[in-house]
Write a protein that binds this ligand. Structure first.
Ligand code: XIL
Length: 380
């Protein structure tokens, strides 16, 4: 707009600021390419995505550019889990994880290692002795020490933070009776953190779990953390996985969760953010989706209706407002995937559904939720 036009507008009694407000409120389209998530939130927190090997090696035309453009931190979705990196007792497979770490380094990203100790995606041999019987405490401790030294040690100074222990809690806040717990006892957690610290003294170390927004489980996590702190064991942060639903958790619940963990002098990380738009009650892995079930449990197989796009955008906005308000405690927000196309929620907890949990659609285009998220950066 040239000076003459501005003058005419001023004469017409329309202020510049007014015009800008009108433009920004009436703007409904996708953000221009140069508006990126990482730049928008640079004064708030890091912003990231879980990536897998194929997304950075097989060119679908948009996944890699989205990651490079929008994110300044990445987490390997599966490549550093025990079954991927250490499938057999004497066999390590670092090639896929190496590729992701190299990609992160090349693009100056904060690289997160996920995860050292988890009950899922860990091969059966880990918990057995040579006779195929359950391994004893000493054997298992030796194994986790060796595993952590080897994996965290390999990426010393390259992977900046580790989800050391993942999902150790039951919903009621008691410790999950995982094979780690049954064979070693509850100090497997302290040992894992110690081994990780020895392997890379500079790396940040986190406890990561889902549903910590619910009070009993949150209290269980606080207990674990306080115990580690009282033993002088290094732990730097807690990861709220952030696998959210349209109706859970409430903004107030999320806010008090972040504040409770921040009160421990802790970094709070949102580590696996996505929002499940599909029905989730009564859903079990056993459900087979016959025609009738498809209608009920896979309602958006032909696309997400506009009304749902709007609700999803609003939901993302409500959650991001809480992150932004707590920007002094929230250090990182990482989405669990890049586009809806590759989200794990298309095949979990039931295979073959079409879900829409992320900010980019199946062709890599930003959704209305993307714009809604950007808006929240303005409030603080
Ligand atoms: C998921 C991956 O996204 C899937 O590809 C894989 O098949 C199963 O695991 N909590 C976690 C993540 O900590 O590691 C899980 O990732 C999702 C739930």
């Amino acid at each position: 707009m040239n000076k003459l036009n501005i003058k005419i507008l001023n004469i017409a009694g329309i202020s510049w600021i007014g015009i800008l407000i009108i433009i920004s409120f009436s703007y409904k389209g996708n953000a221009p390419e140069d508006i990126t998530l990482k730049e928008t939130f640079k004064d708030h927190f890091m912003i990231g995505a879980a990536v897998n090997k194929s997304q950075i090696t097989e060119d679908d035309g948009f996944s890699t550019p989205i990651v490079k453009n929008h994110f300044n931190t990445i987490t390997a979705e599966n490549e550093l889990k025990w079954e991927s990196v250490h499938p057999e007792i004497d066999e390590y497979n670092f090639e896929p994880a190496d590729l992701i770490v190299e990609f992160g380094k090349k693009n100056n990203m904060f690289i997160v290692g996920h995860t050292l100790i988890w009950h899922n995606q860990t091969p059966g041999w880990v918990f057995k002795n040579d006779e195929g019987e359950p391994a004893d405490r000493e054997t298992l401790l030796k194994r986790i020490k060796e595993h952590i030294q080897k994996v965290a040690g390999r990426y010393k100074g390259q992977i900046h933070g580790w989800d050391v222990v993942n999902e150790a809690l039951n919903e009621d806040g008691t410790l999950r009776q995982s094979p780690w717990m049954k064979i070693i006892g509850e100090d497997y957690i302290a040992k894992a953190f110690q081994f990780a610290h020895e392997a890379d003294p500079e790396a940040e170390l986190y406890y990561n779990d889902f549903s910590l927004e619910n009070k009993p489980k949150r209290e269980g996590a606080i207990k674990i953390i306080k115990k580690l702190q009282s033993q002088g064991i290094k732990i730097d942060g807690v990861g709220l996985q952030g696998h959210y639903k349209m109706d859970w958790p409430s903004a107030a619940q999320l806010d008090s969760t972040i504040k409770d963990f921040a009160a421990l002098g802790f970094k709070v990380l949102i580590t696996e953010l996505d929002i499940d738009v599909l029905p989730y009650k009564d859903i079990t892995a056993e459900i087979t989706l016959n025609m009738e079930m498809q209608e009920k449990y896979n309602p958006y197989k032909d696309g997400l209706p506009d009304s749902m796009q709007v609700s999803l955008a609003q939901r993302y906005k409500d959650l991001f407002e809480v992150f932004v308000e707590n920007k002094n405690s929230v250090d990182r927000v990482t989405f669990w995937g890049i586009t809806d196309k590759d989200s794990w929620l298309n095949y979990w907890p039931v295979r073959g559904r079409k879900n829409y949990p992320l900010l980019f659609d199946r062709s890599g285009k930003p959704k209305p939720a993307f714009d809604a998220v950007l808006e929240t950066a303005k409030i603080y």
